[in-house]
Design a protein around this ligand. Structure first.
Ligand code: PLP
Length: 485
């Protein structure tokens, strides 16, 4: 049976179900599979014509033991998860006409129109499935830079065995994103708008880790997390790399490049693992905005925390790309001791300078770039004017990085991952086009609908978030438990 272990080496191996329900490993590390499955060219050939859900079934079957989720259960969970997606292909590919051999992978046709829907649609379903089976109730708590919150809230809404607490930095996400969380009527969804977060979403993560560390509270409320530290998210996100690959290549074995707008490195970690499993990707581009932690990691060999900048691509205004540690584990021959030392060093000093050998190893097959807002907005404008196609600011960051790094890529098609629908960022689009009227390409019916609903939200100041949140969560727990008892 494939077991899961902590990338910092603590605790005993656990089964898949435990890894998913725990979120973090017992020593605070991230769960990784004991070994990565390898995929042969024959398998790639067998899979190349599968639809997204069937492909996901094949790939997930390599990670999930049948004794934990049966073949039939896995099929049903996957089918249910993706019925709410707008396009039959789930993740369509759009070939740009303004650039040669460049494709946009549209990851935003889920119900909250960002790529977070891809991982969370399945993960939230799976968590609820495990809880129903165990007859247990969990509180999931996530912090969001704009898109995790809406997707978590959407998929958790009305789920029998879950309460979802979604924390967001007030005034640092768009009104459209906020309304996606606050206009759901379900009693198990609890959005929390937090004012005065100097470091944005990172501030909220800090409070969440304090709640985790509080054993009495964690055990009483059965805290769990579906944020991108959860293995289920990364596992699910490996699928779209395969899916996108099959859609653009002429023959299996053809090598491609992929450019990914990155914040927490969850999406890219999945891409890097897909490549290690055998997917022929030559270069993965870590596309940052001005918050360039990943760019520093890949160009200088330095993992450092700096001050945050607010940018047009706000979902990747992230200071600490936590999933990098998960990828790094596989780049240092699965040496958990090393990861532990680096993480501790980073926690203490906010800075890790990798040795040359480590740096050379992990950067193999990676390029990076830090795109400015000016570059981001001008590429949106240029592509829209050239071919009527509207990028969102995150997809645009991926395209900017591709344009700049193209000469270094050599041969091969490039797939740029577009992670949100432009209608989530209307102010950026208006600025780009110099108009107050949004074109149809920047509108979406779900966003329009949410404008006429009333909002339900807890409001809180960052200075007393921890106490206020514990209080609200405990009250809710006692209330619902009283009803259920
Ligand atoms: C979350 C998010 C990202 C970044 O994904 P990571 O896995 O954190 O790197 C990029 N774009 C959008 C629109 C997002 O919501």
């Amino acid at each position: 049976m494939l077991q899961y272990i902590s990338n910092t080496g603590g605790g005993a191996p656990v089964d898949f179900e435990t890894a998913i329900l725990d979120g973090f490993a017992i020593d605070g590390g991230l769960y990784v599979p004991e070994r990565l499955p390898k995929i042969s060219n024959q398998q790639l050939n067998d899979w190349k014509n599968l639809g997204y859900v069937d492909l996901a079934f094949e790939i997930l079957s390599l990670f999930i033991d049948r004794s934990i989720v049966s073949e039939k259960e896995l099929k049903t969970l996957l089918e249910e998860a993706y019925t709410s997606f707008e396009k039959e292909e789930i993740i369509p590919i759009y070939p740009l006409s303004s650039r040669k051999d460049t494709y946009i992978m549209e990851l935003f046709y889920g119900p909250t129109i960002s790529f977070k829907d891809i991982g969370l649609a399945f993960l939230v379903n799976l968590v609820n499935f495990f809880l129903e089976r165990k007859e247990e109730h969990l509180s999931v708590i996530v912090a969001t830079t704009g898109d995790t919150g809406p997707a978590t809230a959407y998929f958790a809404a009305g789920k029998s065995n879950l309460d979802a607490w979604v924390l967001y930095p007030k005034d640092k996400i768009t009104e459209e994103q906020e309304r996606q969380m606050t206009t759901l009527p379900h009693s198990n969804i609890h959005p929390v708008g937090v004012s005065n977060c100097p470091d944005g979403g990172d501030d909220l993560d800090l409070v969440i880790s304090k709640l985790y560390a509080n054993k009495r509270f964690k055990d009483k409320l059965k805290l769990s997390s579906v944020n991108s530290i959860n293995w289920g998210r990364v596992m699910m996100q490996t699928v779209h790399y395969f899916h996108g690959y099959f859609q653009v290549v002429n023959t299996i074995g053809e090598r491609v490049h992929m450019s990914v707008p990155s914040g927490g490195f969850g999406n890219l970690c999945a891409g890097a693992l897909a490549r290690k499993m055998g997917l022929p990707i030559t270069t993965l581009i870590a596309a940052n905005n001005k918050n360039a932690c990943l760019h520093r990691i890949f160009s200088e060999g330095v993992f450092s925390k700096q001050n945050i900048f607010e940018t047009e691509s706000s979902a990747i205004d992230i200071l600490v790309p936590y999933n990098f540690w998960r990828y790094l584990y596989f780049s240092v021959d699965e040496d958990a001791e090393k990861i532990k030392v680096w993480i501790n060093e980073f926690k203490k000093t906010g800075l890790v300078h990798f040795d040359v050998e480590t740096f050379e190893n992990y950067r193999k097959g990676f390029l990076s770039y830090s795109a400015s807002d000016t570059q981001t907005l001008s590429v949106i404008k240029e592509v829209y004017e050239a071919e009527g196609y509207m990028l969102d600011p995150h997809g645009a960051v991926a395209v900017v990085a591709t344009d700049i790094l193209r000469p270094q890529l050599g041969k091969g098609k490039v797939i740029c991952l577009a992670t949100a629908h432009p209608s989530k960022f209307p102010e950026s689009i208006k600025e780009v086009l110099g108009t107050d009227e949004l074109p149809e390409a920047a509108k979406h019916h779900s966003i329009e609908k949410a404008k006429s609903r009333c909002e339900k939200v807890h409001l809180c100041d960052h200075s007393h978030l921890e106490e206020a949140l514990m209080d609200a969560m405990e009250q809710n727990w006692n209330l619902t438990k009283g009803i259920k008892a």
